[in-house]
Design a protein around this ligand. Structure first.
Ligand code: PXP
Length: 250
């Protein structure tokens, strides 16, 4: 089964609306790990709208699984990553006015800028994943600039208006994931995944990591982080078991 990376940004969002010191994303990370999360993901944005430098520094010390920091490929962030040394950095595009990350990186257009960032982080011992749309050219370019991993943007799958659009979006994610594996990349996926739609992705053997935030934190507000994470792991596991059973029947 793919690893579950729990994105705790929105615990920090709740704290920042009051500029208070609770809820603490560090506590949320601990609870998520106790419930079986395989990793903790945070997005350190240039505008620091939710996660703060202090959060990443403390998380680096206390996270026992894997710390994945999403960030823009800026000089400021690269310096930060080389100081804090998370287990993984996921490079994402960032626009100040966006509510959440919109679309993947254009690796084809920005390969000249991205290549040295991937190399510098790699040489500093930080594994790099590139957040990209499910587009074969982007996967090929990620491989060309020696990124060890990609995270496929599942927004178009998650936001599909009907079954047909969802199937088509899933096919694109699957094709991109297959090509990524064929080229030797680790393939992750995320954005917009929920308890209801995670199944088809959890069943894809090409994916080794799913990063899920908003849906888990939304449930955690009502039932607590541990229950919310356990329920997501169960939802993922249920579909893996169903997919394996289906393959055995064939
Ligand atoms: N992966 C990436 C690269 C993201 O930017 C985000 C949102 O911060 C996520 C995964 C998680 O998305 P969601 O909060 O919709 O689960």
């Amino acid at each position: 089964m793919a690893r579950l990376g729990v994105n705790i940004d929105h615990v920090a969002t709740l704290r920042q609306v009051r500029r208070a010191n609770e809820p603490d994303p560090v506590h949320a990370a601990m609870a998520a790990e106790l419930a079986g999360a395989h990793g903790i993901t945070v997005h350190l944005r240039g505008d620091r709208r939710h996660i703060q430098d202090r959060d990443v520094e403390i998380l680096r010390q206390v996270v026992k699984t894997r710390l994945n920091v999403e960030m823009a490929a800026t000089q400021e962030m690269v310096k930060m990553a080389l100081t804090i040394k998370p287990d993984q950095v996921t490079l994402v595009p960032e626009r100040r006015e966006e509510v959440t990350t919109e679309g993947g990186l254009d690796v084809v257009l920005n390969s000249v800028q991205l290549k040295p960032v991937v190399r510098t982080l790699g040489e500093g011992g930080v594994r790099v994943s590139l957040f990209i749309d499910p587009d074969l050219q982007q996967v090929k370019e990620a491989h060309k600039i020696s990124a060890p991993a990609v995270e496929i943007n599942t927004a178009s799958y998650a936001e599909a208006a009907n079954d047909r659009a969802r199937d088509e979006a899933l096919r694109k994610v699957t094709d991109a994931a297959r090509l990524g594996r064929k080229l030797g990349l680790a393939v992750h996926a995320g954005h917009g995944l929920t308890y209801q739609n995670v199944g088809s992705l959890a069943a894809l053997p090409e994916l080794s990591e799913l990063n899920i935030g908003h849906s888990i934190v939304s449930r955690a507000v009502l039932v607590g982080m541990e229950r919310a994470v356990r329920a997501m792991l169960e939802a993922m596991n249920r579909w893996v078991t169903t997919a394996l059973d289906a393959r055995e029947l064939h």
